[in-house]
Design a protein around this ligand. Structure first.
Ligand SMILES: *Cc1c(COP(=O)(O)O)cnc(C)c1O
Length: 396
């Protein structure tokens, strides 16, 4: 019940144990095409260029940034938590001229603040985290695609923590590139990074990819502005997933099975229903921790459905509570980073854990552990408030 990774759905684990096939086996290429179609449903896009980057979520982030950004390009990163700093760091390593704006952890930006910065910096890429698990908040993205487009920038977002549990509309919101991972609301293991790219993003990549320029391995790179990575050259990866099936890396077969099963679970449930399930059970967790008498961190108007920040009561040792939950109840909750270290726990309700019994058991266990620590908790207040929520605002 932490902020991710979470335990995987049993169906995903079963899919991973299926037999391996060669990367050009028609069964495998069929699965690749199916996976692309399924993730169009998950990202809510018609983008042909919807595929997997092999590696954890960070592989998707790095592939998007090194493929879209050339040395010297201006990049704007609005930072409201730890993962915004990661986007800025990766863009810096890619040689970009990186500009940042920051807001206090626990808050997000108004669209006007982002537009003012875009107008001032004139970036080629606007790179924004959607849900930042470090603060539990989600930056509203619906206006940002239009803002980027008005100023001639591409718009990239990291939706690893939010996708599947919070509304996300790649096409409607004008997103040029979005990347994710499996280990949060998608309910899988880490190790595969779904990505979707708009036509404009694909065109930018094509100018820079050695495949499009017809360069063969034995030739010298003659592109003026080549993508500075082979593994993360999205031009080459797109050709590998596209009709030409040009060899790049060996597809990570078992991870593809996992990613495909994660998407099948979500598409079968329906994306709206999956988001609603995360709203219901995330809301029950919030009601429950408040019912115990604990305070919730951050501007609640922008909280992600799938993770809540809980202020650690002054008299309590946060790490002792976490280890007692793990030792006595086999329940893991998260600590936190940077300015929030030692100040909040982060409790997740995502993927297969966005479930009534998981929420109620966690609240019951937390009450007992806090009581043993001598914290003044409301007896029965957590489970009771969660049950009230399920009867009221959280009714299915
Ligand atoms: C959890 C998370 C990641 C994780 O990246 P990994 O490479 O899979 O560890 C990335 N971005 C965000 C916003 C996250 O919350």
């Amino acid at each position: 019940m932490g902020p991710g990774p979470v335990n995987a759905d049993p169906r995903v684990l079963r899919a991973m144990s299926a037999g391996l096939v060669g990367q050009y086996d028609p069964a495998m290429t069929g699965y690749m095409n199916e996976t692309m179609a399924l993730y169009r449903g998950v990202f809510r896009t018609d983008n042909e260029a919807t595929l997997l980057v092999d590696g954890t979520s960070r592989a998707g982030i790095e592939a998007a940034i090194v493929s879209l950004v050339a040395p010297g390009d201006r990049v704007l990163v609005p930072i409201f938590g730890r993962f915004g700093h990661l986007l800025a760091e990766i863009a810096t390593r890619a040689g970009a001229d990186v500009h940042t704006i920051e807001t206090e952890w626990g808050t997000v930006f108004a669209p006007e603040q982002i537009e003012e910065a875009v107008a001032r910096v004139q970036p080629k890429l606007l790179a924004v985290v959607h849900g930042d698990t470090s603060t539990t908040l989600a930056q509203p993205l619906d206006a940002l695609g239009a803002i980027a487009a008005r100023h001639g920038a591409l718009f990239y977002t990291d939706v690893t923590a939010s996708l599947g549990g919070n509304r996300f509309e790649a096409d409607e919101w004008g997103v040029d590139a979005a990347t994710a991972g499996l280990q949060k609301c998608l309910g899988g293991p880490s190790g595969s990074a779904p990505i979707t790219l708009s036509d404009a993003a694909v065109a930018r990549i094509a100018e820079r990819s050695s495949v499009e320029a017809g360069i063969r391995v034995e030739d010298d790179l003659v592109l003026a502005d080549p993508i500075r990575s082979n593994y993360f050259d999205l031009g080459q990866i797109l050709e590998y997933w596209g009709p030409r099936r040009l060899n790049h890396h060996t597809e990570a077969t078992s991870m593809l099975y996992a990613a495909r099963e994660c998407a099948r679970l979500l598409v079968e449930e329906g994306m709206d229903a999956a988001v609603e399930r995360h709203r219901i059970h995330g809301g029950a967790m919030v009601a429950g921790v408040a019912g115990l008498g604990l305070s919730i961190f951050g501007d609640q108007r922008y909280r992600m459905h799938n993770v809540v920040g809980v202020e650690i009561p002054g008299e309590v040792d946060g790490e002792r509570v976490r280890s007692a939950l793990l030792h006595d109840f086999a329940i893991e909750i998260g600590t936190s980073f940077g300015p929030l270290h030692g100040r909040i726990w982060r409790i997740g309700t995502m993927g297969v854990n966005a479930r009534r019994d998981a929420v109620l058991a966690t609240l019951a266990a937390l009450e007992q552990v806090l009581r043993a620590e001598g914290a003044p908790v409301v007896a029965g207040g957590g489970v009771g408030a969660a049950l009230d929520w399920y009867d009221g605002e959280g009714a299915e």
